[in-house]
Design a protein around this ligand. Sequence first.
Ligand SMILES: [Zn+2]
Length: 194
Amino acid sequence: MKSQTQVPPYKLIRSRRRTLSLQAKNGGLIVRAPLRLPQSEVERFIEAHRGWIEKRFAEQAAKERARAAFEANTDPKEYARQTAEHKARAKRELPARAQEWAHLMGITPASVRVGSARTRWGSCNAAGAIRLSWRLILADKEAIDYVIVHELAHLRQMNHGEAFWAIVARYAPDYKAQRVKLRALQRRLEIEGR
Ligand SMILES: [Zn+2]
């Protein structure tokens, strides 16, 4: 007996490309394919990546559920009030903390400012100016210290090479654990839309 597997519904976009690609988005599947590739090849490709597709859909559904739960349990006004409070606290506390670390590490930043970057906890430039995201104030003390140490270390090493990580490890030996915590916090903030 021949087993009948059903290819999930998909939107096919053909273009002058050489390879096939898949995108799982908002519960829908988008396949990009070369102009003249036979439909059967396209479906074979989808079939071969079924595991990947199902995993992406499950992840997205979990995120949607988490967002719905968050919204159901949150008063927008109260949330906005809390956000303003966090921002104010970040502006008060983060630069002061950075100055303490700068002193300890013997590194002098040109400035330490608090901004509202969403995708990065901190950044620095060649002129020695450090920026920290106010969202960092939502992390615990050890994670905050790691980000500050990371940016200060860049004023010695403008890269992520071995020498750079050696400086970070000297002042934040458990930095790997902090990175894991920060990624989890990032995911939570994405769900909350903060
Ligand atoms: Zn870096």
